[in-house]
Design a binder for this molecule. Structure first.
Ligand code: AMP
Length: 291
């Protein structure tokens, strides 16, 4: 695996792959890689000739007071995982490469960036869409992979790609979970052992809510309240939101039908964790789908 920190080296590497007739895939990450990230690499590996993994803890998606400085890092373990997954290029730039000047130019997706996560992290998605736009601009991948765990990110990035006319296909990968259901996340490293035992309440509550929809529940606000109640019973969970929203607009849904996202966020000590389920509801038929 080629480990590159330099933008021009990355551009050269990708254009030589393309000059040889190859296709390019991109997996953007913040590192401290786990099996969720590996699933993204595994999905793209057979589809492309040149697989690029980016590892960049992007400062603009963190607000002052958030965990930018303490975000977990282990580049040596990341290198081994990338190699084991057959990644061709790891792009691990310093912040000055991605932000050569104090940033004054941003990509903003209005509306859907301001709800759910956006209510609690008002500048987060502006940072995400800005850095993803830069990566797409530099790598020009044919396909890029994103995880369902960050469902709102998928919806916001997809919207940006469509509106900014990026010629890239987005592949969404189902959430990879620990054995007890907890969605894998680099931030799980922040959990104490007591908090770790409490954290699967998010996945359990979502499974319960999905079963309720399968059993015929169609009242969105009732379901959201039920989700909040279930999570609220766990004393170590501090709920930020439990929402039932339209899968495209992210507006709250009253009557559950079509594509619907059940999204939750809660704090367990220092760790702020997200989880979601996405459903396609058509009359009495209910199936789980990707956002
Ligand atoms: P991160 O390094 O946390 O920014 O995540 C990089 C990419 O991996 C994002 O597209 C995430 O949605 C995805 N990802 C993170 N955790 C998981 C997981 N448990 N399952 C699937 N994808 C994930």
């Amino acid at each position: 695996v080629d480990w590159l920190a330099d933008l021009s080296a990355l551009r050269r590497r990708v254009s030589s792959a393309r000059a040889a007739g190859g296709t390019v895939g991109l997996v953007p990450t913040m590192g401290y890689l786990h099996q969720g990230h590996a699933a993204l690499m595994r999905a793209l590996r057979p589809q492309v000739d040149c697989l690029v993994l980016s590892i960049f803890v992007n400062p603009t998606q963190f607000a002052p007071g958030e965990d930018l400085a303490t975000y977990p890092r282990d580049l040596e373990a990341d290198r081994r995982l990338a190699m084991a997954e057959g990644v061709d290029v790891v792009f691990n730039p310093p912040a000055e490469a991605m932000y050569p000047l104090p940033p004054s130019t941003f990509v903003t997706v209005e509306g859907i960036s301001g709800v759910l996560e956006g209510k609690f992290r008002p500048t987060h998605f502006r940072g995400v869409t800005t850095v993803v736009a830069k990566l797409l601009h530099v790598v020009e991948p044919n396909v890029a992979a994103f995880g369902q765990k960050d469902a709102q990110q998928v919806i916001v990035v997809r919207r940006m790609i469509k509106e900014l006319l990026f010629d890239v296909r987005i592949e969404v990968i189902p959430t990879v979970r620990e054995h007890d259901g907890l969605a894998m996340s680099s931030r799980n490293a922040y959990l104490t052992s007591e908090e770790r035992r409490a954290a699967p309440v998010l996945a359990r509550s979502l499974s319960y809510a999905v079963e309720a929809v399968r059993a015929g529940e169609r009242d969105g606000s009732k379901l959201a309240k039920r989700l909040a109640d279930l999570i609220g019973r766990e004393p170590l969970a501090k709920l930020d939101y439990a929402a039932v929203v339209d899968g495209w607009t992210l507006d709250p849904v009253e009557r559950i039908h079509g594509k619907v996202l059940l999204a939750v966020a809660a704090r367990f000590g220092r760790a702020r964790l997200l989880d979601n389920a996405c459903l396609l509801v058509d009359g009495s038929s209910v199936s789980t789908v990707l956002p």
